[in-house]
Design a protein around this ligand. Structure first.
Ligand code: DX5
Ligand code: ZN
Length: 222
């Protein structure tokens, strides 16, 4: 493994204390978070509802961190412009929700923000192969999306590795982000399997010491 690779950490605010969001975001910002991961759920594609562009816009005003929005919504094309206007830097859509994925990715890129594709644990890698040359980011789900605090599906390590090898052969630019059940114990394995960006919700925001939790996850990958 290339020793020079450095992990990016994207805390997911899904597990944050929303009555104290401002302070919690400041803590992860100060602890060296690279991105802020925002989980947008519609209660249809996934069995949970979170927040939309209005809240993203409010968050945009209180942090300089790149905003990494993970859209778990049906027909995401309808909302791309709104999320762009709300100030996101990365917009990721699920392959399972996009019958015209190439068009959707082009639409995101037309706003000069990063476009990502993501796939559920049971979705085969072959579903995203054709789009890899067009995306800036591939998000590999290591839990079934919908909730924070679920257990990492170990079998997904092979999938991360496969996707990272395919990416290396096709397009060196796309980052591989991994989302679900990441903690200080498995972060190194996930990084070594090929992840460039680690999303972590529960293991950071539910820890008594949010700042230390984030720093420890990063250190564990050294
Ligand atoms: C799950 C979300 C994740 C979630 C991760 O649907 O996409 O981003 O917040 O949370 P943890 O790290 O707790 O699994
Ligand atoms: Zn997510």
């Amino acid at each position: 493994m290339n020793k020079k690779r450095k992990v990016l950490i994207a805390p997911s605010i899904l597990s944050a204390n929303f009555t104290n969001l401002d302070k919690q975001i400041k803590i992860v910002e100060k602890a060296g978070a690279d991105w802020l991961h925002l989980d947008i759920m519609d209660g249809n594609f996934v069995p949970n509802i979170t927040f939309g562009p209005l809240v993203v816009e409010a968050i945009r005003k209180i942090t300089h961190l790149p905003l990494d929005a993970h859209l778990m919504i049906i027909n995401p094309d309808r909302y791309i412009e709104q999320f762009y206007k709300a100030g996101v830097d990365v917009l990721t859509v699920h392959v399972e929700t996009c019958p015209h994925l190439h068009r959707t990715i082009q639409q995101i890129k037309s706003y000069n923000i990063k476009a990502g594709v993501t796939l559920n644990p049971a979705t085969p890698t072959s579903m995203i192969i054709e789009i890899i040359p067009f995306v800036d980011l591939i998000l590999v789900m290591t839990v079934n999306p919908g909730f924070g605090g679920q257990k990492f599906i170990d079998k997904m390590l092979e999938k991360i590795n496969t996707i990272s090898k395919i990416r290396d052969n096709m397009n060196k630019k796309a980052l591989i982000e991994v989302d679900g059940g990441i903690n200080v114990k498995n972060a190194k394995q996930v990084f070594e399997a090929g992840a460039d960006v680690l999303v972590a919700g529960n293991s950071i925001f539910k820890n008594k010491n949010i700042s230390k939790a984030l720093i420890d996850i990063r250190k564990s990958t050294f």
